[in-house]
Design a protein around this ligand. Structure first.
Ligand code: KG4
Ligand code: ZN
Length: 273
């Protein structure tokens, strides 16, 4: 895994052009390292799988170009894999891997979706965000206050010393009867809160905890509703935001209260690989 966090940190978010250029530099060394770790050479490969999307188009093009070149040079088949399906498949590497069928909440900087997963490669999207992804909302709120990047990590840490009920923020689309999300209005609510309380003392820890609670409550309640609608008893989390302490805790309680099982993957199986 090659992380670009340090490259994008000065900008408070992923800069697409920079991401593609770093991909170009990192990709060959990462493929070499993977082959070395696996103890195989290019000659041993019988096929190549490559992420074909959804994602940032420039970064995807770099990956596809390398994969196509290798497959052509070696005369082996190439298979395009959905980025989201990759996240769901990574759950199978967990110690307590979910059993089919399960409902997965995939929350990252680019995606916020609920899936019904019925088998390998058999998933149905039940709901998704209509605007910002949950991770994007974390990053934008952190950027607004100059807290650092990735915003989710900083907000998670600060929120641990905060009061989640201190500041009243909306729970967007919580009762709209769908499994879709919206986080752009929540971010705007924080922008207005900041403007309307300028110069007044309030604790950043409380702001972070209140914002995080609003995101987590909607994520947990909709995921639970999805499982109940589908009659499924196993839940799973995936994506970078699945590292969030409060989300893990709230999802665990919700699963327990409703007699459901929950797969909470370790961070390395949540994030992009
Ligand atoms: O899956 P990921 O590593 O990359 C993609 O976006 O594809 O997810 C990154 C996102 C960022 O928005 C980051 O702020 C968020 O995951 N994130 C977190 C936490 N750790 C990472 N959000 C909330 N709490 C965390 N602990
Ligand atoms: Zn991802």
């Amino acid at each position: 895994v090659a992380s670009q966090v340090k490259d994008h940190a000065p900008f408070g978010g992923v800069v697409p052009e920079l991401a593609s250029r770093r991909h170009l530099q990192n990709l060959t060394p990462v493929v070499r390292a993977a082959l070395t770790q696996a103890g195989v050479s290019l000659n041993d490969l019988t096929g190549i799988a490559v992420t074909q999307g959804p994602g940032l188009i420039g970064a995807l093009l770099v990956g596809l170009s390398l994969a196509k070149a290798l497959a052509w040079a070696r005369d082996i088949p190439i298979v395009g894999v959905s980025h989201l399906e990759g996240h769901l498949a990574a759950l199978g590497l967990c110690e307590a891997a979910p059993e089919y069928p399960f409902v997965a909440l995939l929350v990252s900087g680019g995606h916020t979706s609920i899936f019904l997963v019925q088998g390998p490669g058999q998933q149905k999207e039940l709901g998704q965000t209509v605007d910002d992804a949950a991770g994007e909302a974390f990053d934008k709120v952190a950027k607004l206050y100059g807290l650092g990047y990735p915003g989710g990590v900083v907000i998670d840490r600060l929120a641990q010393d905060g009061d989640p009920g201190a500041i009243k923020l909306p729970r967007p689309r919580l009762h709209d009867g769908t499994l879709d999300f919206s986080f752009s209005g929540l971010k705007t609510a924080v922008v207005y809160f900041r403007r309307d309380h300028e110069g007044e003392p309030y604790r950043m820890e409380d702001l972070c905890a209140s914002f995080q609670e609003a995101v987590v409550e909607v994520l947990v309640k909709k995921t639970l509703a999805a499982a109940q609608e589908q009659g499924v008893e196993h839940l799973a989390l995936a994506g970078g935001v699945a590292a969030n302490q409060r989300l893990r805790q709230a999802m665990s309680w919700a699963a327990k209260e409703n007699g459901m099982r929950l797969t909470l993957p370790p961070f390395e199986l949540c994030t992009d690989n």
